[in-house]
Design a protein around this ligand. Structure first.
Ligand code: GRF
Length: 186
């Protein structure tokens, strides 16, 4: 089973996924795509000998990235902290095979601009008792595809958005690789 990753940032989720599948016979992370030449995910991919593809916006929106993805014959395409809207030309080629992780309990705290620390700040400002993660299929709108999995965590005693971020990120690292494996096992 071939896994393709897209990441824009530090890549801690990408790393956990590469680590998780490194010793699994029938699963291979076959490529890491990024729009950010300085993404921490690049070095992490190199540590796992995963080929890296850096692209810009016109390459993403033309067929250049799509063709490179197709060449890897992915069984799943995983957005692990990818900050641009994912292009429909790839989604159309891989129906129900593109998934994303969002650091909140969608449908709340989602949508364009709701990423990273902004999400956790809004959760605290609204005095939410809990937050969590949402793993969902990607469609043409930010954070609106069908939900695959959610896990909540108490955030009542969190004092800062960074505290919430740490709790939520640990959920991401714990559950994202497992959910990917379950989806690939069918
Ligand atoms: C995570 O918060 C994830 O929920 C969101 O982007 C962030 C990625 O973090 N999609 P990292 O780059 O995997 O460390």
């Amino acid at each position: 089973k071939n896994i393709v990753l897209f990441a824009s940032g530090g890549g801690s989720n990408a790393e956990k996924i590469m680590e998780y599948f490194a010793e699994k016979e029938n699963f291979d992370v076959v490529g890491l795509f990024t729009n950010n030449p300085n993404a921490g995910a690049i070095d992490r991919a190199k540590n796992y000998n995963v080929p890296v593809f850096v692209f810009n916006r016109e390459e993403l929106n033309s067929d250049i990235v799509l063709q490179k993805v197709q060449a890897l014959n992915p069984d799943i395409i995983v957005l692990a902290g990818f900050l641009w809207k994912f292009p429909s030309n790839i989604i159309d080629q891989y129906p129900n095979k593109v998934i994303n992780i969002h650091p909140a309990l969608l449908p709340k705290y989602g949508g364009k601009g709701m990423y990273g620390i902004n999400v956790h700040r809004a959760v605290l400002e609204n005095k939410e008792k809990e937050s969590g993660i949402t793993i969902h299929y990607v469609n043409d709108d930010y954070d609106e595809g069908n939900i695959i999995f959610q896990q909540a965590i108490a955030v009542e005693e969190c004092l800062t958005p960074e505290d919430v971020a740490l709790k939520v990120l640990s959920l991401e690292h714990e559950y994202f690789p497992r959910i990917i494996e379950e989806l690939l096992q069918g």
